[in-house]
Ligand binder design. Sequence first.
Ligand code: UD1
Ligand code: CA
Length: 475
Amino acid sequence: MPMTDPASPGHSPTARPGAAHAAFAGWAAVVLAAGRGTRMRSTLPKVLHPVAGVPMVRLVCDALREAGFAHVVVVVGPDARDAIADAAGPGVHVAVQGEPLGTGHAALAAREAAGRHARILVLNADLPLLSVRTLREMAVRHADGRVPLTFLTAYLDDPTGYGRVIRRNGRVAGIVEESETDGAARGEPEVNGGLYAAEASWLWPTLAAIAPGPRGERYLTDAIARAVADGGAQSYQVQEAIEVQQVNNRGDLAKADQAMRDRIRRALMDSGVTLVDPATTYVDAGVTVAPDTTIHPGSHLIGATRVGTGCRIGPNAVLRDAVIGDRCEIGGSTIEGSTLAEGVTVGPYCHVRPGSFLDRDVHLGNYAEVKASRIGARTAIGHFSYVGDAEVGADVNIGAGTITANYDGERKHQTRLGDGAFIGSDSVLVAPVEVGAGARTAAGSVVTRDVPPGALAVGVPARIRSIEGGSEAGA
Ligand code: UD1
Ligand code: CA
């Protein structure tokens, strides 16, 4: 199925595919993902909550890889270890923080896994909106800065929930966590973004020397005051404050999700996709849509969905892990885990369930359900039909109300329809059964036995006649 180059909005719409390069070979990146995330009130670890359909920790690791950080260490708790390592994606190193004793303690847990790299990028895993550009810029600034540590800051209208940057005479003095702020510091709009770059030879011993705070946690942020004493801490102010949107609770999650989806929508439109009503068009971070496709309101493009060029999607279409070829028209229907070739038209009110393949110019009208079936080119399934576990040839016409009775109460069975078969309205095809090429079934027939090519099946249960002679071939 030919598909024109799909635009890839991803999490970093600004980055070009293939832009990944090992620009930061001397670096290890450390992603802190071992916190309890209690403020989420969830059994799911915080960093596995999806933002625009993708687990936060995956977004962060993908951005790092794309930015050119090839050596990525994810720090996880012992319980969620495997789940988070899986979600983080290919090639990540895993370090375990035995107990969540604070971000400083967590970063130190990565020491061995970080190897002998001279520079370390450390970041919180609950920062799904950090851009590839910011990650690169951070490393470049640090490399140019000749200080032990560089950290990301932002000015926020509402700094609630963030550590505040404390300055004396304009120079960074340290970071005060919100829980430990007094009145004055609490009003400071300049916050710690949660992304740091440091010299490894300075960082590891410094982290080891950080003492537990009032809550027994070792704060990574204490390293800033230490850097000030050891030659200077440099701040780098993020260009778009939304990038430091962290996710501590469900309110933050909704904000981050919305911001990410806005970013994806803008990238799609910039790449030539029409969104009739961006606000009601929901596109996951992993989805690609080729230019000159139009998406109508109320549509959801989910998971690994790919859409070709010149398509019309929606209104109210749900595409989940669907591959849609060029020039398809999908009305308000749900397509899951299936592939549609070029020129397929579907819906409204259809459900294409996983494992289906609809070849070129197939037409599903309305109220059709197709499951785990292969439908040949130009076949039409116009109205009110269920086609499950079927192999349907090309140029087949499936009349209204046709059902593949694929389940006998114990097992599922296959139905085969040959090229050019004509299935009369309200036919029941009791599987396993085959209707040969060019064969027909009369309206209302219940087909319990195979129909040879060119023959006609009539009645309940269907008798087989040859179309020319009209002679019956058994009861
Ligand atoms: C942290 C910063 C704060 C900053 C904010 C930015 C500290 C002490 N505070 O606050 O200054 O403004 O991020 O978003 O660093 N984690 C571990 N092990 C632990 C504790 C946390 O791996 O023992 C991980 C968490 O999974 C999370 C990250 O570290 O991904 C940050 O932890 P979180 O609790 O969200 O820190 P904040 O209180 O938000
Ligand atoms: Ca946080």
